[in-house]
Design a protein around this ligand. Structure first.
Ligand SMILES: [Cu+2]
Length: 169
């Protein structure tokens, strides 16, 4: 993967350098006429509008925007050197959960992992603030909370867990 990323970066850098070089060369000649200027203004507006549409469309479903779902279960998580304190051990399956995350000392990162240790969601834990993330578990089982930000010698020991259970209604 790394060589591919490097190759793509080099190609894009070369492309950007070429554009800069052509722009610098073109700036020496006579200025564009009013027709070309109108065309450029139209292009800038079109790109701006396209940028806004793409941004709104791609950022709308960020988990941050979904936080504070009203019918969600509230779970409070507090981190510290070197532990996670979670105020519940069982979370119902299929119900949105608002994790309210904070820390009592330094910045930590709360990452929720499934049994295969695949990261499902994560949020930064910041002293003095409560950050929120909403997540709905789709599989019952044991989940682990690990720290994702190196926070000292026992960082690797910041592990806690909870269980996602099927609740009959
Ligand atoms: Cu930590």
């Amino acid at each position: 993967m790394q060589p591919v990323v490097l190759l793509i970066s080099l190609i894009l850098m070369a492309l950007l350098s070429t554009i800069f070089f052509l722009a610098a060369r073109a700036s020496r000649g006579p200025g564009p006429g009013p027709k070309a200027n109108a065309k450029r203004t139209g292009l800038i507006w079109a790109l701006t509008i396209l940028g806004v549409i793409v941004s709104v469309g791609s950022l709308r479903n960020w988990p941050h925007a979904l936080a504070s779902t009203s019918d969600a279960l509230e779970v409070n998580v507090s981190g510290g050197q070197w532990w996670w304190d979670i105020d519940t051990t069982e979370i119902p399956l299929g119900k949105p959960v608002n994790f309210n995350v904070t820390t009592e000392d330094v910045t930590h990162g709360m990452g929720i992992y499934n049994q295969d240790l695949t990261l499902l969601t994560q949020v930064q834990a910041i002293p003095g603030y409560t950050t929120q993330i909403t997540y709905t578990f789709t599989e019952p089982g044991n989940y682990q909370v690990l720290c994702m930000e190196f926070c000292g010698v026992a960082h690797h020991d910041m592990v806690n867990e909870f269980e996602v259970v099927v609740v009959e209604e």
